[in-house]
Write a protein that binds this ligand. Structure first.
Ligand code: R5P
Length: 287
């Protein structure tokens, strides 16, 4: 098996290869002067199983991934597997208003057309792990929450896991089991793409070290509002773990609002302290 890292998952792809003792694919990715992406594969892939690890945080990442998958087929790879740790466009999974593009479906169909299997991590379409089918596309969704929770185990004196909304309650339950503590959830109302309101709810958080776990942080509005509420309720510390650190408005805004902040490396950044390389590696070798 050969593992190719796209430019948004350079370190993660190498860690996956290292983890399962696979070869690292040799690729060149550059940009033409007009911004178009240039991709070249130098490894011999004929008759080999190939995996591309590439999160699609921005449009260029998506184009690069499509070019790599198609190129591997052209070069005679026997199987081409797409591992997209963070799958962009997954939040537009419904037509919230008439006439809107169903972006999640479109992106998945394109990737499915160029690959033999598609793997994501805590994809927004389905927070829990496991295989699912979305508009005829089969997706393997891996669950990084237990690893994220493991980071906090033994680090906090009086831990309590809090889900930012009821939809994440199942993930919070599993995480609490890993940490060995209780869990609860907040009532969140989204007012706009950037604004959320946390409903007033009686919670027993006084003197507790809260662990807020979420699948992703985009603007940071959710965790910042949640932290404010929890501090007013007497929480001793608020610690945040998220799988995908998108940080569309910068990481500092979030980091300065809580006691600690940690993400996985599905999106590689300064607070990526939990690696999903082992999770991906286990999945690749268990097929
Ligand atoms: C919502 O369903 C998700 O789990 C996240 O809470 C949300 O996407 C975070 O977005 P933001 O950081 O912009 O509040």
């Amino acid at each position: 098996m050969i593992i190719f890292s796209g430019s948004s998952s350079i370190n993660l792809g190498k860690k996956v290869a290292d983890n399962i003792k696979a070869d690292v694919g040799d690729i060149r990715i550059e940009k033409f002067p007009d911004g178009e992406i240039y991709v070249r594969i130098l490894s011999d892939v004929k008759g080999k199983d190939c995996v591309v690890v590439q999160s699609t945080v921005c449009n260029d990442d998506l184009v690069e991934l499509i070019l790599l998958l198609d190129l591997l087929r052209d070069l005679g790879a026997s199987e081409v597997h797409a591992v997209v740790p963070y799958l962009g466009y997954a939040r537009q999974d419904k037509r919230f208003m008439e006439g809107e593009a169903l972006s999640a479906k479109t992106v998945l169909k394109v990737l499915w057309g160029f690959s033999d299997s598609l793997t994501t991590i805590n994809c927004h379409l389905r927070r829990m792990g496991g295989e699912f089918i979305f508009h005829d596309v089969k997706v393997m969704n891996l669950d990084a929450f237990p690893r994220l929770a493991g980071y906090f185990r033994d680090k906090l004196g009086e831990p309590l896991v809090i889900a930012p909304d009821e939809g994440s309650l199942e993930c919070a339950r599993n995480a609490a089991e890993v940490i060995g503590c209780g869990f609860d959830f907040l009532e969140k109302e989204r007012l706009s793409g950037e604004e959320v309101r946390i409903g007033v709810k009686k919670l027993n958080v006084r003197g507790r070290d809260i662990v807020i776990l979420d699948d992703m942080i985009s603007t940071g509005g959710t965790v910042i509002e949640a932290a404010k509420f929890l501090y007013t309720q007497g929480a001793r510390s608020v610690n945040v773990g998220c799988v995908h650190g998108v940080f569309s408005q910068g990481v500092e805004k979030v980091r300065s609002s809580v006691d600690s902040l940690v993400c996985t490396d599905t999106i590689e950044g300064g607070v990526s302290r939990v690696s999903v390389a082992g999770l991906i590696g286990e999945n690749l070798t268990s097929r």
